[in-house]
Design a protein around this ligand. Structure first.
Ligand code: NAP
Ligand code: GDD
Length: 346
C-alpha cells in the first residue's frame, strides 16, 4: 500500500522539495495551497498533475492554517500517514509588522492540525512533523546550539514557533501522538523567497553585474547564520518521521558565516571584486572595477531586535537518524548564483 502524506505549505521552498522527495519515494502526496488572485504554484508546476487525470499521486487542496473546519475536513477525508506542517508566515522581519497574524498562523495553526488528529482519533495512524526553527533560541552566547540549549526567542515569529514547538511536545506526551519537531537552521536554495537575505543578495548582485541595478540596500551585515541546502533538510524531515519514536532534532551544518561573507562568496562566483569601507550603518562595498558603491545599509532593513549569531549542532540527528548535510556553503552559493545566471542567459 502506498503511503499518504499531507504537506501544508507545499507551494513554499521546503514544501516543493519535500513533495518531490515523497513522490520519488512512491507516496501519494496531498498539499494545501492558499487561494490567491494569481497562481502561486510556480515552485511545484513541474510536478503538477491535472485534476481530470484518473490516477494522481499529487493532489492539491485549497486551505489555510487559520481555517479549522477546512483543515479538519481535509484530514478527515485523507487520513494521512504523515502530516508535514510547513506552512507559516515565515519572514522574521514581517512578523514585527504582522505579529497577530503570525501568531495565528504559526502558533494556533499547529494546534488546529494537532486537534484534528486528536479529535479524528488518528493517533495510531498519523505522524506529525512540525517545522520548528533555530529562531526559537533567540540571541545567545553559545557557540553551538543543540536540542538541550535554552530558548529565548526575539521576534513574534520566534515566539509563535516556540509555542508550536511546545504544543507539539505536549500533544505527543498527553495524547500519544507521534509528533516531532525538526529544529532547522537557515536553509536556502534557488527556490528561496526573494526577500530573504541570501536570495536578495544573489538577485541583486547579478542585476548589478548586468548594469540593471545601481546599489543593493541591506540591513545588519554582521549577523551570522548557519546556512544549509533545503534539499538536504527536507530529507532530514522525512527521516525524523521514519525514526522509531517521536523526538526533536536539530538540523544544521555546524558552520556559520556573516552576511558579508555571503556577499563576498556571491561576488567571487560573479568574478566581481569588492572592497569594504566604513563601519556599522555606514559600511559600504565598492566594486573595484569601476569604484561604484554597490552595497550599502538602509536602516529600514534593521529589525527591532535581531539574532547576531546562530550555529547548530546536528550530532543527535547524525547519531540517531544517520543524517548529515551533503551540500556545503560554497556549493550552495554557487548553485544559487548559477541558477540566477541561467535565467538571464535564457
Ligand atoms: P516559505 O517558502 O515562506 O513557504 C511558506 C509556505 O507556507 C508557503 O507555501 C505559503 O503559501 C504557506 N503559508 C503561509 N501562510 C499560510 C497560511 N496562513 N495558511 C496556509 N499556508 C500558508 O517557507 P520555507 O522556507 O519553505 O519554510 C518552511 C517552513 O519551515 C516554515 O514553517 C518556516 O517557518 C520553517 N523554517 C524555515 C527555515 C528556512 O531557513 N527556510 C528554517 C527553519 C524553519 P504561499 O505560497 O501562498 O505564500
Ligand atoms: N531578509 C533580510 N533582508 N535580512 C537581512 C537583510 C535584508 O535586507 N540585511 C541583513 N539581513 C539579516 C537579517 O537581519 C538576519 O540577521 C539575517 O540577515 C538573515 O535574515 P533572513 O534571510 O531574513 O533569515 P532569518 O534568519 O531572519 O530567518 C530565516 O531563517 C529562520 C531559521 O533560523 C527564515 O527562513 C525563517 O523562517 C527561519 O525560521
Amino acid at each position: 500500500m502506498k503511503k499518504t502524506a499531507l504537506i501544508t505549505g507545499i507551494t513554499g521552498q521546503d514544501g516543493s522539495y519535500l513533495a518531490e522527495l515523497l513522490l520519488k519515494k512512491n507516496y501519494i502526496v496531498h498539499g494545501i495551497k492558499r487561494r490567491s488572485s494569481q497562481f502561486n504554484t510556480s515552485r511545484i508546476d513541474h510536478i503538477y498533475q491535472d485534476p481530470s487525470l484518473h490516477k494522481r499521486n499529487l493532489i492539491l487542496h485549497h486551505g489555510d492554517l487559520l481555517d479549522s473546519p477546512n483543515l479538519f475536513n481535509i484530514i478527515r477525508n485523507i487520513k494521512p500517514d504523515e502530516i508535514y506542517n510547513l506552512a507559516a508566515q515565515s519572514h522574521v522581519a514581517v512578523s514585527f509588522e504582522q505579529p497577530e497574524y503570525t501568531a495565528n498562523a504559526d502558533a494556533l495553526g499547529t494546534i488546529r492540525l494537532l486537534e484534528a488528529i486528536k479529535n479524528l482519533k488518528l493517533q495510531s495512524k498519523t505522524k506529525f512533523y512540525q517545522a520548528s526553527t533555530s529562531e526559537i533560541y533567540g540571541d545567545n552566547n553559545l557557540k553551538k546550539l543543540n536540542e538541550n540549549s535554552n530558548f529565548k526567542p526575539s521576534s513574534p515569529y520566534g515566539v509563535s514557533k516556540l509555542f508550536s514547538y511546545w504544543i507539539t511536545r505536549n500533544y505527543r506526551d498527553s495524547y500519544n501522538i507521534f509528533a516531532s519537531n525538526g529544529i532547522l537552521f537557515n536553509h536556502e536554495s534557488p527556490r528561496r523567497g526573494e526577500t530573504f537575505v541570501t536570495q536578495k543578495i544573489v538577485k541583486g548582485l547579478v542585476k548589478i553585474k548586468y548594469n540593471l541595478q545601481g546599489c543593493l540596500f541591506l540591513g545588519n551585515l554582521d549577523a551570522k547564520r548557519d546556512w544549509g541546502h533545503a534539499k538536504d533538510y527536507v530529507f532530514a524531515m522525512w527521516k525524523i518521521l521514519q525514526h522509531k519514536k517521536p523526538d526533536d532534532f536539530c538540523i544544521a551544518t555546524g558552520k556559520s558565516f556573516t552576511i558579508k561573507n555571503f556577499i563576498d562568496e556571491v561576488a567571487k562566483n560573479l568574478q566581481m571584486k569588492l572592497k569594504w569601507e566604513g563601519k556599522g550603518v555606514n559600511e559600504v562595498a565598492i566594486n573595484t572595477r569601476n569604484n561604484k558603491k554597490i552595497i550599502a545599509v538602509n536602516q529600514m532593513y534593521l529589525r527591532p531586535s535581531d539574532i547576531n549569531s546562530l550555529t547548530g549542532d546536528y550530532s543527535k540527528a547524525k547519531k540517531l537518524l544517520n543524517w548529515k548535510p551533503k551540500i556545503n556553503f560554497s556549493q550552495l552559493v554557487k548553485e544559487m548564483v548559477d541558477s540566477e545566471l541561467d535565467k538571464y542567459s535564457k
